[in-house]
Design a protein around this ligand. Structure first.
Ligand code: PMP
Length: 433
């Protein structure tokens, strides 16, 4: 199968001429896509693609209930959150209800970067400190503070040398390819604790420790059992706070857990969330305890023009309704479990498959050239993604070595669709790429 030539237009050249070059697009010659439906994308040439990468369109592309809610609300009212209207209250209550009782206070913003930025500022305001400890190899956003704690070299090759001095890192607790593997991964937590205590002893007691609760950027690598429990306890012991970045992994995607921190058996002090919560609409939120939220006063007041607007709130409530009514978390558990088993079976036949990370519909298929040395199969992964596109599947690499398939389709993906993905992957791995 070969991809038909894109329709003859000059839109890509015009895009490249007008949009900043660093704002990259998928694929060097991307299909032009103007429609989506559930887990499918449709090119202007009529070709249908299975979208296995889109955790932003969490409830599925072009969901009619989102359309209806947006359409209704834009005909009624949209304004900033300083006005009094029901939608912000109702959405705030619904969102807080998905979290443990003590996390009862919501800030509404417009993206993951904003949510992480605000979470950091809250941590600093509440503790009166400026040092932050973050896990290495992560991506948390592009704003000043969220970028500062992002040390993924795939996103910025100079990340480690260019951090402001208030940012400190602990090693990425990767039990597959990090320094401690398998059962030895239990050593990451005590080492992180030691590092945090040493920082405190040097006069850099942290305002907060910040990480993803399930390592999304590395391809959905679960943190070692008990990792967050130990690290959160140590940070709190020193008077700091625990910030959870749930932008990628939260909101039902992990199947068995609505929030990633549940998998670790902890409750953070501050949770940053975005992406899935808006199903493609720019929505983000920070949820924390009332006393932490109140300390923001030391920074002035908080205002985001469109954060928590009637439109944003209605979209957020509708997304929660859809997740509940369509059983999407359960679908993530069942269909994701089936897909993981299929991918593991591919691993038995294809030596390039190093391992399959993840849970529910956040999976990572890691390609290696050698299962002992774990040499990353970076070029092969890129070629596999290109070949998958030819076969009608949208898939992208992730991780510092760009050797992990980032598998995070809309939560409504069907068993038939994930079977198609696994079949096509089998075909690519069997016939070459
Ligand atoms: N945190 C994590 C873990 C992310 O993956 C991302 C985006 N990829 C962000 C934060 C930033 O979110 P946004 O792109 O909505 O600003």
């Amino acid at each position: 199968v070969t991809v038909p030539e894109p329709a003859a237009d000059d839109l890509l050249e015009r895009r490249e001429a007008v949009v900043a070059e660093v704002q990259e697009h998928y694929y060097s010659r991307p299909p032009r896509i103007e429609r989506g439906w559930r887990e499918y994308l449709v090119g202007v040439d009529g070709r249908v693609y299975l979208d296995m990468v889109n955790n932003v369109a969490s409830v599925g592309h072009a969901h009619p209930r989102i359309h209806a809610a947006v359409s209704r609300q834009t005909r009624l009212l949209n304004t900033n959150s300083r006005f009094h209207y029901a939608a912000i209250t109702e959405y705030g209550e619904r969102l807080a209800a998905t979290l443990p009782d003590e996390l009862d206070t919501v800030f509404f913003v417009n993206s993951g970067s904003e949510a992480v930025d605000l979470a950091i500022r809250l941590g600093m305001a509440a503790t009166g400190r400026t040092d932050v400890v973050a896990m290495a190899e992560a991506y948390h956003g592009w704003t000043y503070a969220s970028d500062a704690v992002s040390t993924s070299i795939a996103d910025n090759p100079h990340a480690l040398e260019t951090r402001p001095d208030w940012v400190h890192t602990v090693e990425a607790a990767n039990s597959y390819r990090g320094r401690h593997r398998g059962p030895d991964a239990a050593r990451y937590a005590p080492e992180a604790v030691e590092r945090i205590r040493a920082l405190a002893a040097e006069g850099h007691a942290p305002a907060a420790f910040l990480s993803e609760t399930f390592y999304g950027n590395a391809g959905g690598v679960a943190l070692p059992d008990g990792y967050l429990r130990e690290v959160y306890a140590a940070v709190r012991d020193l008077g700091g706070l625990a910030i959870a970045d749930e932008v990628q992994v939260g909101f039902g995607r992990l199947g068995s857990w609505f929030w990633g921190f549940r998998q670790q058996g902890v409750v953070p002090d501050i949770v940053a969330v975005a992406k899935s919560i808006g199903a493609g609409f720019p929505l983000g939120a920070v949820i924390t305890r009332r006393e932490i939220a109140d300390r923001y006063r030391t920074q002035g007041y908080f205002f985001s023009s469109t954060g928590g607007s009637p439109l944003s709130s209605v979209v957020g409530t509708t997304v929660l309704d859809i997740i509940e009514d369509e059983g999407l978390q359960e679908n993530a558990r069942v269909v994701g479990g089936h897909l993981k088993a299929r991918l593991e079976e591919l691993g038995e036949r294809h030596p390039l498959v190093g391992t399959v990370h993840g849970a529910g519909l956040y999976l990572g298929l890691e390609f290696v050239r050698d299962r002992d040395t774990l040499q990353p199969a970076t070029e092969e992964t890129a070629a596999i993604c290109d070949r998958l596109l030819e076969l009608g599947v949208v898939m992208q690499p992730t991780g510092d070595h760009q050797n992990v398939l980032k598998i995070k389709p809309p939560l409504c993906v069907s068993r038939e669709s994930v079977d198609y993905f696994a079949d096509m992957l089998d075909r690519v791995l069997s016939t070459g790429f």
